[in-house]
Design a protein around this ligand. Structure first.
Ligand SMILES: *[C@@H]1O[C@H](CO)[C@@H](O)[C@H](O)[C@H]1NC(C)=O
Length: 300
């Protein structure tokens, strides 16, 4: 059976951004509530090495500032649980992430976005730690089937752009490419190994692989899970996203800029490094929604 593992992490602390204790951060996939909402055939992977949140596997450490659009998203829930995910900076006021990072039963009550981070365990001079304002999860997000797994978060105060904090470009509305065959770059603080209990990465990691056609991705998975709303990255070489990378970017390089084509959503339950394609939300499928739920100016 083809089953999925989600790329989230959970952290068990409730605090304000001024005192976020990253040493206590856990991946969202470690939360009971997170698993309870999944279909039974997905829940059976609970407690296996494929818990739903992980980081880049078989990648390498980024240079500080190499991914100025990379965000760390810490979400806090009413029962005291909190989760660690990735995200991307869209504008001074909005970050984009996966819906499963901010909805577990109910919407996160609050949270913190960290921009400009290389080592999340240190309060680096470059970091901007900003509280969540409004959270906008897609109204048709299905937590049990991982459909419409997209959300935007308004920042309580605007980010300040500089060399290590910059927004990412989104595809133009008229851009009808599937991006298949292009090199997709993934980045994040997710775990670096499938080993049980492996923690989230302290530093930003990245790797790359070819983007697949949806037909090829369906051959590996199936046509029920992989739909027009998804985009897949080859898992060759065991290079992939893993728990804690959820909500983070799949990007392509174009004219010396980065274009976000996907949002990390799920991997195969046999392991992040299993070689199976990873599933992402297809950004170009949701441009209208993103435009309506942020202040990003869409390009025609
Ligand atoms: C959610 O689903 C309903 C019913 O299919 C549809 O009418 C609506 O447009 C969808 N909302 C969004 C934002 O896609």
């Amino acid at each position: 059976m083809k089953t999925i593992a989600l790329l989230i992490g959970a952290l068990a602390l409730a605090s304000t951004s001024a005192s976020v204790d990253l040493s206590k951060v856990k991946r969202i996939e470690e939360l009971d509530e997170f698993w309870a909402q999944l279909d039974p055939h997905l829940q059976m992977h609970r407690g296996t090495k494929m818990a739903p949140d992980s980081r880049i596997v078989n990648g390498e450490e980024a240079q500080p500032g190499q991914f100025p659009y990379q965000a760390l998203v810490l979400s806090f829930f009413e029962n005291g649980n909190s989760g660690l995910c990735g995200g991307t900076l869209l504008t001074q006021n909005f970050v984009m992430t996966a819906a499963h990072c901010v909805v577990i039963g109910s919407l996160a009550t609050h949270g913190t976005v960290i921009l400009g981070a290389h080592n999340r365990q240190i309060v680096e001079d470059t970091q901007q730690r900003i509280d969540f304002g409004t959270i906008n999860a897609h109204p048709n997000y299905s937590a049990s089937l991982l459909r419409n797994d997209i959300a935007t978060i308004q920042l309580a105060t605007p980010a300040v752009f500089n060399a290590v904090v910059q927004p990412i470009d989104l595809p133009a509305v008229s851009d009808d490419r599937t991006f298949a065959g292009l090199t997709g770059i993934i980045s994040g603080f997710g775990r670096t190994s499938d080993e049980t209990g492996s923690p989230a990465s302290d530093v930003v990691m990245f790797t790359s692989n070819p983007i697949l056609t949806n037909a090829d991705c369906q051959s590996a998975w199936n046509a029920i899970l992989i739909q027009a709303q998804n985009i897949c990255l080859s898992g060759e070489g065991g290079r992939s996203v893993c728990n804690g990378d959820s909500g983070g970017p799949l990007a392509v390089r174009e004219n010396d800029r980065s274009l976000q084509v996907g949002i990390a959503s799920f991997v195969h339950s046999s392991g992040c490094a299993s070689g199976f394609p990873a599933g992402f939300v297809r950004v170009s499928h949701y441009l209208t929604w993103i435009g309506e739920n942020s202040d990003v100016v869409l390009r025609n």
